[in-house]
Design a protein around this ligand. Structure first.
Ligand code: NAD
Ligand code: MG
Length: 392
């Protein structure tokens, strides 16, 4: 039996992961974690016979405990309990918490020398070098689950990274792709939260519309595959059928295609290094008819420029960028700032941090990363307030 744990089980990636796990007889679920969705978490824990169910919120501990009374399933609550759960024995761990909150549990899992299936892109953006060093130190393996990165990983099988010229990540353009630039300032969280091709959590869906998701993924690819900033490129591809392409020095391009279904990337990480049967739709290119590609308009997507700036600066800038983006997104979702205010808030936060501390200095411990994250959140809060004050 393979022991598996799913962090962020109640989210979009978590639910897809459990869907795949339910089809297998050879896995035993150790830990499931969730947030405020206690009913779903309790149901999942019962159905999948988890040994431990953890809610990230202390106030949800009691309701979760009550919901699981008499089942024999252990229950815990609070952010500390989520991290603790990362130390539980497991052979395969899915990291699918959204945001920087996924960082510490992932580190805990790596310290156990496990396979970490990494959907939480914030981990690589905020602490890429540290995370990879932690995996090396403990003989643990990180497998990318972000669909583009899984695609690159697959295209690189049996290849040398030195033979790579460029890596191209595709972007659908998100829910507002066809809106005129002048209208974008008025976009609401509901409008930005609809995705044409992928069914994902609210935060990543809005990040897709602003291209902050792609900006994060560019940094993620730079960190995970050790690519130079100029080697990571982005193309708009409305059909979301080509997930990524790797161009080699002999002129060959390996593209990864498939239906937009996260269960492919999750399943690849679950079965790796073997390719096993997966319940995803088969690609029908004749039916798709065409594949379109276009250069992204950088005026429309300032987040992509910010990603470049972060890769060039390195050090603490990834953690600052991510924290600022999370705060800007919170403010947008709460309708305190507009859609086009998010990038200026992140830019202002990077500048404010750099004015106070050496932003190109690389954090050396997880505690340092979390301190940078906290400081950047405070600065971003101030930047968002200023943006709001300027607008009214
Ligand atoms: P989601 O919002 O649907 O679910 C997030 C999960 O994290 C939930 O279980 C929630 O309870 C939990 N959570 C939220 N805040 C938490 C906190 N502070 N502490 C502990 N747990 C918390 O998110 P999602 O769309 O499934 O995305 C999860 C991660 O995977 C994100 O990092 C996202 O960028 C990445 N990702 C998602 C997709 C996708 O298709 N949804 C694709 C690629 C990468
Ligand atoms: Mg992705």
């Amino acid at each position: 039996m393979r022991r598996v744990s799913v962090f962020g089980a109640t989210g979009s990636v978590g639910v897809s992961t459990l869907d795949l796990l339910a089809r297998r007889a050879d896995v035993a679920v150790e830990v499931l974690t969730g947030g405020r969705n206690v009913d779903l978490l309790a149901r999942q824990a019962v159905v999948h016979k988890a040994r431990l169910a953890v809610t990230a919120h202390e106030e949800c501990y009691k309701p979760l405990k009550e919901a699981l009374a008499g089942t024999g399933i252990e229950v815990a609550g609070g952010p500390g309990a989520v991290v603790e759960a990362g130390y539980r024995p497991a052979d395969w761990v899915m990291s699918a918490i959204v945001g920087a909150a996924g960082l510490a549990p992932g580190f805990a899992a790596l310290s156990q020398g496990k396979i970490l299936a990494l959907a939480n892109k914030e981990s690589l953006v905020t602490a890429g070098p540290l995370l990879l060093a932690e995996a090396r130190a403990h003989g643990a393996t990180i497998l990318p689950v972000d669909s583009e990165h899984s695609a690159v990983f697959q295209a690189l099988t049996g290849e040398e990274i030195g033979a790579v010229e460029t890596v191209t990540l595709t972007a659908s353009g998100g829910g507002l792709r066809d809106w005129p630039l002048e209208r974008l300032a008025q976009a609401t969280p509901d409008e930005a939260g609809k995705h044409p091709n992928w069914d994902m959590g609210q935060r990543i869906t809005i990040d897709s519309a602003s291209m902050f998701n792609k900006a994060m993924e560019v940094i993620e690819a730079h960190e995970f595959f050790g690519l130079a900033p100029e080697q990571v490129q982005v193309l708009i591809h409305p059909q979301s059928l080509v997930h990524a392409m790797v161009s080699f020095r002999d002129g060959a391009v390996m593209a990864h295609l498939g239906a937009p279904d996260m269960r492919h990337a999750i399943g690849y990480a679950l079965n790796w290094p073997v390719r096993a049967e997966l319940p995803v739709a088969r690609l029908d290119l004749a039916r798709a008819g065409r594949l379109d590609f276009a250069e992204p308009d950088y005026r429309r997507y300032p987040a992509l420029d910010l990603a470049r700036q972060v890769m060039e600066t390195g050090g603490a800038s990834g953690a600052v960028f991510n924290a600022a983006k999370e705060v800007a997104l919170d403010h947008f979702i709460a309708r305190r700032i507009g859609f086009l205010d998010m990038a200026p808030v992140v830019e202002a936060t990077l500048a404010a941090y750099a004015a106070r501390a050496p932003i190109n200095r690389r954090p050396e411990t997880l505690a340092e990363v979390l301190a940078i994250d906290a400081e950047a959140r405070a600065l971003a809060g101030t930047a968002a307030q200023a943006r709001r004050a300027a607008a009214v």
